[in-house]
Design a protein around this ligand. Structure first.
Ligand SMILES: NC(=O)c1ccc[n+]([C@@H]2O[C@H](COP(=O)([O-])OP(=O)(O)OC[C@H]3O[C@@H](n4cnc5c(N)ncnc54)[C@H](OP(=O)(O)O)[C@@H]3O)[C@@H](O)[C@H]2O)c1
Length: 214
């Protein structure tokens, strides 16, 4: 099916029991081999998108480092514009294109981000309107987006039926904890939604990588 919006891939590493991180927010679940695979995937996309909490908790760079390749644009969803300007993505925004997506009614001033080279997109009144955002990103020439979490951001994409592919590493840990972030957070579906198609299973030593398409 031909879509006018960018192609959306959800990428995550989860524990055997479906958690993205421990209850204290530790999320380095992937092996080095899996990280190399993820970085190979990153260089094939135009943009990597994450939610604000992932930046606040993990402070990731979201770059291509384990293999050679071009860094995708980094996109952060932060409806209130409350992210710390000291985050590594913000501090490196003059070198690597970075977009902060805020709502039209975001109370915080954005000058401190603009001064650091960050592009601001205002989209949606109080919450970020993802469909509209993808339309805007499509018009900017962004064709493939890798959504790298966390669970809340993943939920918004599933809820709006905006997911074309899922690439999921099952890592050999059981983390437990009712407050530990799961692969998909949010309200969840009341009815069983349309299924995804299992396209490929890769076994990489102690991990399994599952590839689903819609
Ligand atoms: N294992 C992995 O692969 C992996 C990957 C990524 C993250 N993680 C872990 O996941 C945890 C963070 O996940 P999380 O679920 O707490 O948070 P998250 O998804 O990183 O960020 C959620 C926040 O982003 C903003 N946001 C996201 N989508 C939005 C939308 N459509 N509209 C408006 N705002 C939106 C909201 O904040 P506002 O309402 O303030 O805007 C929301 O509360 C961390 O512990 C991290 O380590 C693990």
């Amino acid at each position: 099916m031909v879509k006018s919006r960018p192609y959306v891939i959800i990428s995550a590493a989860m524990s055997i029991d479906g958690k993205l991180a421990t209850r204290t927010g530790r999320s380095n679940l992937s092996s080095k081999k899996d990280l190399i695979r993820v970085h190979k995937l990153r260089k094939t996309v135009d943009a990597i998108l994450v939610g604000k909490n992932t930046i606040s908790i993990d402070d990731p760079l979201l770059t291509v480092r384990y293999v050679k390749g071009k860094n995708p644009i980094r996109i952060i969803l932060d409806s209130k514009g409350s992210l710390s300007p000291k985050s590594r993505v913000i501090e490196t925004a003059k070198k690597i294109s970075t977009i902060l997506v805020i709502s039209e009614n975001a109370p915080r001033k954005v000058e401190r981000f603009i001064a650091k080279g960050v592009e601001i997109i205002r989209c949606g009144k109080n919450k970020i309107d993802l469909k509209k955002l993808l339309e805007i990103l499509g018009k900017k020439g962004i064709k493939r987006i890798l959504v790298e979490g966390g669970g809340t951001t993943n939920w918004y994409f599933f809820k709006e039926k905006l997911v074309d592919e899922i690439i999921l590493t099952v890592t050999p840990y059981v983390l437990g904890g009712s407050t530990a972030i799961s692969l998909v957070e949010g309200d969840g579906f009341g009815e069983i939604p349309d299924s995804f198609k299992l396209k490929k299973i890769e076994k990489i030593q102690n991990e399994i990588v599952l590839h689903y398409t819609c």
